[in-house]
Write a new protein. Structure first.
Length: 616
């Protein structure tokens, strides 16, 4: 019965505009179906108890004020005799009704508590589910998505906006609980006097029409608040991440102005929204209170005096109306508050949508080890439709050999490496591993057999031990120490305040560039990769540090298929194959020494670097 009721409610919601706009969010409710069903049941039971208490109050008042009159009956024989005591004396009847009224109120508040508790549990589960879905979404989108989206916007969505969604769902739950109670009170009021009930509905209906215009304006402002919060978070995060550049550039005043502007904008639009939202409650309270007073005076003169309704019934009716008034106010407040959260709901919904984001489709074939070669056949690639970054690339990277990519900045070296790691898919052409199209290979199985050491090494805000063993389980201390020693990192790690347990700070702020590189090399050594990609791993380092890094890289490269992107040609002199790229095309390829002897493109780069080093 409970499940059927839940399904009926869901089917009704699906037909509404609200469901259509927030279907991606609300689809997670199915994971809390049983909890939500109980919440609905308890809320309905609490509402029924509220209605029963109104009837009990009318009978209780009559027994006290007009004991000589016939008792009020429910028209259900066993209820009248056993509970209301209509056949007992006045004193017994009053005691029975008193006990029934107390029991009804206790049950009402118990069911109300249980309904709220189950609702809270369901909302927490949905919020947790939303965070996980957003994380899965961020994991599955292509790298190109991050190049066009600010980090601050993503952080604002996954943290602040999801919390706002949780608030919106709590508002909806409150509206449902209050709404069921209002319906129960309406039944009781119609039972007492349909004339007064109709007048009450007309009055509150007129007030709701007026409130609706205010709610629409609050909803419009909610989108402005969300936009301002996104910009504020993005600006704040950019300052924190780029604080060194800000200090070095002497642009504190510029950043202060940017921060103040975004903060002022958040304050401005939030203030507008709050002022308008706060107007709803006092307006509704004042108007409804005045209406009730006028209606009471008219009802007493027109209905009570004519005998159409008893004074005790009128008191019970007013009690129900008085209890319903704040509920109606809360319902309107819920409308206003929910409208103010529409911007957050839309932001989370947009983040969950899949039809407007780039994805890298996963394959089914498990990659175990490179057997022959990695081959690119007539590969083109572009980040957008305007310009090709790679054009007609055909080359082979043999197993167990070192293949170096050489070329000017922007020639497409790193893009080629990104294609091999499957950060992107070729615009046209094929990328094959042992003759199998890379699209058909399961991404994680491929990447778990790879290691990438780049110039911009990312170090996590964790200990040195955790950074070296990142993503690996059941790794012994001796294996970690051996990897650190081979990467020439053991000495500086031991010199840290707590050795391997030292927290390295956000992005490894406690370490120098060379130390971060050696942490990355130790991490790669511990993974024991089959394919190693070195993306200008020794650039921007001093000569002493470069020698240490180069020594570590030589140890790391032994017995592996190595793809290296070279900045300094001296680091690739022993490469088995060199591929020179110019403007996204293969200019020449072959053995390093053979290409030097040909005095072609590689010779030109060699001469340019030699002259530059001589002039220093």
């Amino acid at each position: 019965m409970i499940s059927r009721l839940y399904i009926l409610i869901c089917q009704f919601i699906k037909t509404t505009r609200f469901w259509k706009e927030n279907a991606l969010i609300l689809s997670g409710l199915r994971y809390s179906q049983s909890t939500l069903s109980l919440a609905v049941l308890f809320s309905i039971l609490a509402a029924i108890c509220s209605a029963v208490s109104v009837g009990c109050l009318a009978s209780f008042l009559q027994g006290l004020t007009n004991p000589s009159e016939p008792p009020i009956r429910s028209r259900i024989e066993w209820v009248d005799i056993m509970l209301l005591g209509t056949q007992a004396d006045v004193a017994t009847r009053v005691y029975r009704i008193s006990a029934l009224l107390i029991a009804t109120l206790c049950l009402q508040y118990l069911f109300f508590y249980l309904g709220k508790a189950k609702t809270k549990t369901a909302i927490l589960r949905l919020t947790n589910h939303l965070r996980k879905r957003l994380f899965d979404q961020l994991q599955s989108v292509s790298i190109s998505f991050y190049s066009s989206t600010k980090t601050g916007v993503l952080m604002n969505t996954i943290r602040a906006e999801v919390n706002q969604v949780s608030t919106a769902l709590e508002v909806l739950a409150t509206a449902f609980i209050q709404g069921t109670t209002v319906v129960a009170y309406l039944f009781a009021m119609f039972y007492i006097s349909w004339q007064l009930s109709v007048v009450s509905l007309v009055i509150f209906g007129l007030l709701s029409v007026i409130i609706s215009s205010l709610v629409r304006r609050v909803r419009e402002l909610s989108f402005e608040v969300t936009k301002a919060n996104k910009q504020f978070t993005a600006t704040s995060l950019e300052f924190i991440n780029g604080v060194r550049t800000v200090r070095a550039s002497g642009t504190n005043d510029f950043e202060r102005d940017r921060f103040y502007q975004t903060s002022d904008k958040v304050n401005e639009v939030t203030d507008k929204k709050q002022m308008l939202a706060l107007l709803v409650d006092p307006f509704l309270q004042g108007a409804s209170s005045g209406m009730v007073i006028i209606m009471t005076a008219i009802a007493f003169n027109q209905l009570v005096s004519n005998g159409q309704i008893k004074s005790t019934a009128l008191i019970a009716f007013l009690f129900a109306l008085n209890r319903m008034g704040p509920l109606v106010t809360q319902l309107n407040n819920c409308r206003t508050q929910f409208s103010s959260l529409q911007g957050s709901l839309q932001t989370v919904t947009e983040m969950l949508q899949r039809d407007d984001k780039p994805y890298i489709p996963d394959g089914q074939i498990e990659f175990t080890r490179l057997q022959q070669s990695i081959d690119l056949v007539s590969v083109d690639f572009s980040y957008n439709e305007e310009k090709k970054v790679l054009q007609n690339i055909t080359l082979s990277i043999p197993k167990g050999k070192t293949t170096a990519f050489v070329g000017e900045s922007g020639a497409g070296k790193s893009t080629l490496a990104d294609l091999i790691v499957r950060f992107y898919l070729p615009t046209s052409g094929k990328l094959l591993i042992d003759g199998t199209d890379l699209r058909n290979i399961r991404i994680d199985s491929l990447r778990q057999r790879m290691a990438v050491v780049s110039q911009d090494t990312f170090v996590f805000h964790a200990s040195a031990r955790e950074n070296i063993a990142y993503g690996l389980r059941n790794i012994s201390d001796s294996d970690i120490f051996d990897a650190a020693a081979q990467a020439n990192a053991l000495d500086f790690i031991k010199a840290l305040p707590y050795g391997f347990e030292t927290q390295l700070g956000d992005r490894g702020v406690r370490l120098s560039g060379g130390q971060r590189q050696r942490i990355a090399i130790a991490r790669a050594l511990l993974r024991n990769p089959d394919i190693l990609i070195l993306d200008e791993a020794t650039s921007a380092l001093d000569s002493v540090t470069e020698m240490l890094i180069q020594e570590s890289l030589e140890k790391l490269s032994r017995g592996r298929t190595v793809i290296t992107i070279a900045h300094r040609l001296s680091t690739i002199a022993q490469a088995d194959k060199v591929i020179v790229l110019e403007e996204g095309r293969v200019a020449e390829q072959g053995n390093y020494h053979e290409l030097i002897e040909k005095r072609g493109r590689l010779w030109n780069y060699h001469q340019a670097q030699y002259c530059a080093e001589q002039s220093v």
